[in-house]
Design a protein around this ligand. Structure first.
Ligand code: NCD
Length: 357
């Protein structure tokens, strides 16, 4: 090989490759820009820090406005850089005694996107000392030794409160049986705010199993924090919204709550239609479930024939058969984006209760 060819081409090309590889390595190793999120006033920071989220009854309008602002900021962080290190000094334990895909994974994904570490018990009934007879209280005493915050789901109404009564770290209720599902209601309101511009003045129609469905219990209560909201409760007569919630919501001036057994009449005035699954696992017997299975099925034709222009279809998911798949690609369908809103609102919650914003 002539020397000039070696010096003019081969060596410079090889050096170029090595330099490029070193540069890629250097930038891949360079830590992402440190993020600080300073949104809350000193008084709000103090109000949030260390707080458990057990029931929507404890959430104020001011809390909602603050959370939405932090969640918008989380959206920017996720879009710009995917993850950050706001909670890199913290550990979350997610303990779920009931099946879950979205709630557990979004708590965990939210925490990981904040740079935190996660201890996960996905099936506490078979994979923890509960199987040996340990009480909720003792399990929580144990887990808080390892973690800074605990997210839990349990089949018993009131179980999250029971856990919080012995906990020194914040407990986030991911669903307590047929009781409440506060973080779902927060993400539902955030989804309405993002897709409708605001929640005030909207007509929200809740459809399906309003008796056993905890998401609609929490959502109906949380909607009372907004102004001039109309809530339509549409269900089979046997699965009506429990009186406890109708009475609570009915006391708020400016909030209207009405019950229906058919959907078509309220569709033309609904800004949001919130479909829910019939909660098969909570029925005392399978015959009663079969009587109401498939009672409401929302399809494209119903929306085309009766839907209000610009209306949004939501669902906490999982769906069984209550929304036909021909709805999925419509502009009205926001239930898949609802899941992303869930991760953002849970990121916001972690930042607030751990004092990171
Ligand atoms: C709901 C739940 O678990 O309550 N899902 C959810 O958390 N996203 C709704 C349901 O199971 O039907």
């Amino acid at each position: 090989m002539p020397r000039t060819f070696l010096f003019n081409y081969i060596i410079p090309t090889a050096l170029g490759f090595v330099g490029g590889a070193l540069a890629v390595h250097y930038f891949a190793q360079t830590p992402k820009k440190r993020i600080t999120v300073d949104i809350l006033s000193a008084a709000s920071k103090q109000k949030w820090k260390g707080r458990s989220i057990l029931s929507v009854k404890d959430i104020s309008r001011e809390d909602l406005d603050e959370l939405f602002e932090v969640a918008d900021q989380m959206d920017e962080i996720v879009q710009k850089q995917g993850t950050c290190d706001l909670c890199s000094d913290s550990v979350l334990t997610a303990i779920f005694y009931e099946p879950s895909t979205r709630t557990r994974c979004s708590f965990e994904a939210a925490f990981q996107r904040l740079g935190g570490k996660v201890v996960s018990i996905a099936d506490a009934r078979s994979q923890s000392s509960v199987k040996k007879g340990e009480t909720i209280e003792d399990t929580i005493r144990c887990l808080q030794t390892y973690s800074d915050v605990i997210a839990m789901r349990h089949p018993q109404k009131g179980s999250a409160k029971q856990a919080a009564s012995v906990a020194d770290v914040p407990i986030l209720n991911g669903g307590d049986g047929p009781g409440e599902h506060p973080t779902q209601a927060l993400l539902d309101c955030y989804t309405i705010y993002r897709h409708c511009g605001e929640v005030d003045g909207k007509t929200i129609t809740l459809v399906g199993d309003l008796k056993y469905g905890r998401t609609v219990h929490s959502l109906a209560v949380l909607l009372t924090r907004f102004k001039d909201v109309t809530i339509n409760c549409v269900s089979p007569p046997s699965l009506a919204m429990p009186d406890e919630f109708l009475e609570f919501v009915g006391k708020f001036p400016g909030i209207t709550i009405k019950e229906y057994t058919t959907l078509d009449t309220v569709l033309p005035s609904s800004d949001v239609v919130y479909m829910t699954r019939i909660q098969k696992e909570r029925f005392p017997n399978v015959e009663d479930y079969e009587k109401v299975n498939g009672y409401f099925i929302l399809c494209k034709k119903t929306i085309d024939d009766h839907g209000k222009k610009g209306m949004k279809i939501m669902h906490p998911l999982p769906r069984v058969n209550e929304i036909a798949t021909d709805v999925d690609d419509l502009e009205e369908a926001v239930y898949f984006d609802e899941m992303r809103c869930g991760m953002l609102i849970r990121m916001a919650l972690f930042c607030c209760v751990l004092g990171k914003c």
